[in-house]
Ligand binder design. Structure first.
Ligand SMILES: [Zn+2]
Length: 301
C-alpha cells in the first residue's frame, strides 16, 4: 500500500516535473511583455530595461497549498491557495519581463504538491533562490500586514511555531533538528553557513523592498521560523506572507493585480541584493588561500 502510494506519487511528480521542465524559460502562463502588464508602472514604462543578474540565474516561486489543501480561508470567499498562485504568476511575469532570471513555479495549477516536494523541485532545478508564497489568517480578523521568514535553528518563538504548524500541518516539535535537518549531510558546514547567510540576505532585502514598494501596507518584520519548506532547500530560501486574507480591508487589496505586481517588483529588488551578496561571497571564496598543508621542513635544516 505504502509502496503503491509512493510509486503513484513518484509518477505524478515525475510527470509534473517533466511538464514544468518542458516549459520555455519563463514558467508563466503569459509572460508579461513590455507594456502588457495591467499595472500603471507597466504602462508608464513601454521599453522596460531588463536587469541582468550574474549569480541569481534561476528562481523558484512556490505558491503555498493547492488542490484539497486550501490554506487559509478569508473574507469574501478568498482562498489562500488561489491567491498564492495568482501572486506567484504575476510575480513570475514581472521578473521575466524585467530581468534575465529564469522563473519556475512549483505548481502552475490548482494541484496538491507535497510539502517536501517543493524544496526538492527547487534543488532538482538547481535554483539560486526559493520564495514560498503564503497568506496569513487571524481568527478575529484584526491582524494585517506582510512578513518574511528565513530558517531558524530552533522553534523558540511561540508565534512562529504556531504559524508553521498552521501553514504546514505539522507539529514543529517533531521536526526540529536545526539547520542541518536534512541538508546537513549533503552540504559542508561552510556551504551551509554560506547558504544561511544568503537566505538571511534575501529575507532582509525582501523586507526592505516590500517597505519601499508598498509603503502604505503594514510590514510586520523579518523573522526566523522552522518552516519545513525551507529546511531541505539548498539555496537562499524564504517564506513570504503577503498579508492576511481574514482582514476585511487587506484581503481585497491582495487580489488586485496591481498590488500583486508590487510583490514581483519587491522580489526583483531583493534578488538584485542577493546577487550582489553572492558576488561578494564568490570573490571572498576566490581570495581565500587554499587549505594549509602540513609544512615540510626546508632542506638542510
Ligand atoms: Zn499558507
Amino acid at each position: 500500500m505504502a509502496v503503491r502510494r509512493f510509486v503513484k506519487a513518484l509518477v505524478l511528480v515525475t510527470a509534473f516535473s517533466a511538464a514544468v521542465s518542458a516549459l520555455p524559460a519563463s514558467a508563466t502562463d503569459k509572460p508579461a511583455g513590455p507594456g502588457q502588464g495591467r499595472s500603471p508602472d507597466a504602462k508608464a514604462e513601454p521599453a522596460v530595461k531588463r536587469i541582468s543578474l550574474k549569480h541569481v540565474r534561476r528562481v523558484v516561486l512556490d505558491p503555498g497549498h493547492g488542490g484539497d489543501n486550501l490554506g487559509a480561508l478569508g473574507s469574501a470567499g478568498i482562498r489562500e491557495k488561489e491567491l498564492c498562485l495568482d501572486v506567484a504568476r504575476r510575480a513570475a511575469a514581472w521578473l521575466s519581463a524585467r530581468s534575465d532570471v529564469e522563473v519556475l513555479l512549483t505548481r502552475e495549477r490548482d494541484v496538491a504538491v507535497e510539502l517536501r516536494q517543493r524544496p526538492r523541485l527547487a534543488n532538482d532545478w538547481r535554483a539560486d533562490a526559493l520564495i514560498s508564497i503564503h497568506a496569513n489568517a487571524h481568527e478575529a480578523g484584526e491582524a494585517s500586514g506582510m512578513e518574511v521568514f528565513f530558517l531558524a535553528a530552533d522553534a523558540s518563538a511561540e508565534a512562529a511555531r504556531a504559524l508553521v504548524e498552521r501553514e504546514e500541518g505539522i507539529r514543529v516539535a517533531d521536526a526540529t533538528g536545526g539547520l542541518a535537518w536534512s541538508v546537513g549531510g549533503i552540504l559542508s558546514d561552510m556551504e551551509l553557513a554560506a547558504q544561511h547567510q544568503r537566505s538571511e540576505r534575501l529575507a532582509l532585502a525582501l523586507g526592505e523592498a516590500l517597505k519601499t514598494v508598498r509603503p502604505a501596507a503594514r510590514f510586520r518584520g523579518v523573522r526566523q521560523a522552522p518552516f519545513g519548506v525551507l529546511k531541505e532547500a539548498r539555496m537562499a530560501a524564504v517564506v513570504l506572507e503577503i498579508g492576511y486574507v481574514t482582514h476585511p480591508e487587506e484581503a481585497p487589496q491582495l487580489t488586485d493585480p496591481a498590488v500583486q505586481d508590487q510583490f514581483g517588483r519587491a522580489m526583483l529588488k531583493a534578488l538584485v541584493a542577493l546577487d550582489s551578496q553572492m558576488a561578494a561571497q564568490a570573490q571572498a571564496q576566490a581570495q581565500r588561500p587554499p587549505p594549509a598543508k602540513a609544512k615540510r621542513p626546508a632542506r638542510g635544516q
